[in-house]
Unconditional design. Structure first.
Length: 328
């Protein structure tokens, strides 16, 4: 049995992969020329396979992507090839869900606005003047400031894509007492609807979180007309893929007041151009594609790879098998 890796991994990681592979030959191809030579009789390939490399393969049974996203990985010949393909989904779910709730808490408590006012030494409550009290004195005395600060247990969280990440976001929403709704191509549980209920979810949600991958079906999904189905008081959050929200449509929706705000970690164009109007909007939070950043990702990545190597050489079912035609 033979496994080819390209681009090559560092020596320490290679040693651990070889340990998991047992008697199987593991080739750490230094360049494309070596990968093209070695793939001919290889059973498995790890890394970035190309149409040229795939065309040389005669025995290939398994391809392991080093990433979770596949929009820049799959190509027609790979979709048609009989090999099994696996990806790295599930490694980032908890940390990305934490990032999402950083956004939600900012909007619920206006933290992003208070940080700006701090830089101005400006003591002023959102929704009230400098003398506004932090709470009203009676149930009938709700102030504009009270309305500007959301009680999360009164809010509905809508999640688009209830896979690993969406499920972690849902768990955090429930911990905050929120009502949680979800849509997914593969409905899971009572609170997850099929995708044809997406507009129902948008109309009911105060915070909409896109956790879906970039696929042929999700590209451009959140166009202007779809954004208009959301509440005007709602916030749209995207930690899925930038291609799901056309930036021009989102910008127009925010400028028109179709929704109350947005938080983005992924963008249709990355990096976001410095002159883009979203940079200057107070009701927008932007982070530079860092939601998955964590000191634990590298070790999780290796652990999943080693597990799948062991499964492959033993003839067991692989983890994270994808539908190549659907990109997930």
């Amino acid at each position: 049995m033979k496994i080819v890796i390209h681009p090559p991994v560092d020596p320490a990681r290679l040693a651990k992969i070889r340990d998991a592979a047992g008697a199987a030959l593991v080739v750490n191809a230094a360049g494309e020329a070596q990968a093209l030579e070695e793939i001919a009789d290889a059973d498995a390939f790890f890394g970035k396979i190309t149409p040229t490399i795939l065309a040389r393969a005669r025995k290939l049974r398994w391809v392991q992507s080093f990433t979770a996203s596949l929009e820049h990985y799959v190509f027609p010949d790979l979709v048609r090839h009989p090999c099994t393909m696996t990806n790295m989904r599930g490694l980032f779910s908890d940390v990305i869900a934490d990032h999402v709730f950083g956004y939600i808490l900012c909007f619920a408590r206006n933290l992003h606005l208070y940080l700006r006012r701090q830089m101005e030494a400006r003591w002023e409550a959102v929704g009230g003047g400098p003398d506004a009290q932090p709470f009203s004195t009676g149930a009938s005395e709700v102030t504009p400031m009270d309305r500007a600060h959301v009680h999360l247990s009164d809010a509905t969280l809508g999640i688009v894509g209830m896979g690993h990440i969406g499920s972690e976001v849902a768990a955090r929403g429930r911990a905050f007492g929120m009502k949680v709704l979800g849509v997914d191509p593969l409905p899971r549980g009572e609170s997850t609807w099929p995708l044809d209920h997406l507009d129902d979810l948008l109309a009911a949600s105060d915070y909409v979180v896109i956790c879906a991958p970039h696929t042929p079906d999700t590209q451009g999904m959140f166009h202007r007309a779809r954004i208009r189905t959301m509440k005007k008081s709602a916030v749209l959050i995207n930690i899925g893929r930038g291609a799901i929200i056309p930036l021009a449509d989102l910008t127009a929706a925010l400028e028109a007041g179709d929704i109350a705000g947005a938080a983005l970690d992924v963008f249709e164009t990355e990096p976001l151009p410095k002159d883009h109007p979203l940079w200057k909007r107070e009701n927008v939070i932007l982070t530079p594609h860092v939601a998955a950043a964590s000191v634990h990702i590298a070790e999780r990545h290796l652990a999943l790879l080693r597990d799948n190597v062991g499964r492959f050489v033993r003839g067991e079912e692989l983890r994270n098998v994808v539908d190549k035609a659907k990109w997930f």
